[in-house]
Design a protein around this ligand. Structure first.
Ligand code: CP3
Length: 351
């Protein structure tokens, strides 16, 4: 600990995660690899998403594509939140244009038992891909990730993507023991999936609780927070942990209790209002990640730059800032717009 504190962190991304002053504000984008890149579409041709995720050379190539093209300050591992579920034998497919679809949804006590623990031997391709990546990435850190128990459970219980998460919420209230059975097993699986990635060389992790915003604060605290906390505990004290959810403005205080070092903020809440809220409630200052609206990438350059500057300005009072979008890159995005944002953030924040 004492040695590490004395040496300044060279990577702007890792420095910002630790609350140190980086050489410039680091940038990466959620969903930076994927359908917005022509080179991605080319290498993915003829392969399903889950096949691609279990082919180390392909994972390495796709993870590197946005790093090469944009010069982002971190790579996000090319995988999906349902990969660990497929690895323990859950019949799940990723349907293009739809998302994860589960053949036999999970709703009963017997279903809880279908969720066995993840063993590192279930995902040898993850360890192999990260080994290859760490060599190719050089000084650029790799972010590993997992889906949070609530978001994963929603796919398992609903059987696919859901707007209202009705079956999930109903199960929580009618059969809390089944809910907690499913969510606690998912927490163990997520924790292990994160650990495997860190052991293989990932230097930070992000826990995506994409759909947690559908819960009230009381329900989030009772049904989701303990399980997210348990999942993140798997890599506590080893690497910085980022926690992100969509539409979670009402949950941010509760989300800080998961222990994550960095809080990802969606585009609906200005970053300065988060800093002010935490200060008013005497909560510890947090490093914030975010939060340009992905739709702004469709605006004309001047408007895009103005919105980017507004995010940078709003982040000034925070303990640290990692520039990102407020959710993932939309498929129709012009890669030139992302490059413009990266170059602009680097230029205007260089110290
Ligand atoms: O950020 C990255 O580029 C890294 C890779 C990554 C993917 N999925 C690749 C992917 C990450 C971090 C994820 C996480 C993920 N997957 C989340 C959490 C983040 C979020 O967006 O809220 C969720 C909810 C999923 C589930 C999922 N997988 C969805 C909703 C979809 C989109 C389905 C569609 O086609 O509209 C996927 C598929 C998926 N995951 C794609 C990619 C690049 C598209 C697959 C393709 O190209 O066919």
């Amino acid at each position: 600990m004492s040695n590490a504190a004395a040496v300044p962190t060279a990577s702007p991304f890792l420095a910002a995660c630790r609350g140190e002053a980086p050489a410039h504000t680091p940038v990466w984008f959620m969903r930076q690899a994927g359908r917005s890149l022509p080179e991605y579409k080319q290498v993915r041709e003829g392969t399903t998403m889950l096949e691609a995720c279990s082919t180390p050379e392909l994972v390495t190539e796709i993870t590197m594509q946005p790093v090469r093209r944009y010069g982002v300050d971190a790579a996000i591992f090319f995988s999906d939140i349902v990969v660990p579920l497929a690895a323990i034998g859950v019949d799940v497919k990723i349907v293009p244009g739809v998302g994860p679809v589960v053949a036999e949804p999970f709703r009963t006590e017997d279903d809880v038992k279908r969720l066995r623990n993840l063993d590192p031997c279930d995902v040898p391709y993850i360890t192999e891909a990260i080994g290859l990546l760490v060599k190719e990435l050089g000084d650029t850190p790799l972010i590993g990730f997992a889906g949070a128990p609530f978001t994963l459970a929603s796919y398992l219980i609903e059987g696919g993507p859901s707007r209202d998460h009705a079956k999930t919420k109903a199960l929580m209230k009618s059969r809390p023991e089944i809910w907690h059975g499913i969510a606690s097993r998912l927490a163990a699986i997520c924790g292990e999936f994160l650990r495997v990635q860190v052991e293989a060389g990932a230097q930070a992790v992000q826990l995506f609780d994409s759909w947690a915003g559908a819960l009230s604060e009381a329900d989030y605290r009772r049904f989701a927070l303990p399980h997210s906390t348990a999942a993140l505990m798997g890599v506590a004290q080893s690497v910085p942990r980022i926690h992100f959810g969509v539409g979670t403005g009402h949950l941010l205080e509760a989300m800080t209790e998961t222990g994550a070092e960095v809080l990802g903020i969606d585009y609906r809440i200005p970053l300065d209002s988060v800093t002010r809220r935490f200060a008013a409630k005497r909560l510890p200052d947090k490093v914030l990640q975010g939060n340009l609206d992905p739709a702004m990438l469709f605006a004309e350059d001047d408007a895009l730059i103005a919105e980017t500057d507004a995010v940078l300005e709003a982040a000034k009072g925070a303990k640290g800032h990692i520039f990102n979008l407020g959710h993932g890159v939309l498929p129709e995005t012009d890669p030139a717009k992302l490059k413009l944002v990266v170059d602009h953030v680097h230029e205007v924040t260089a110290r």
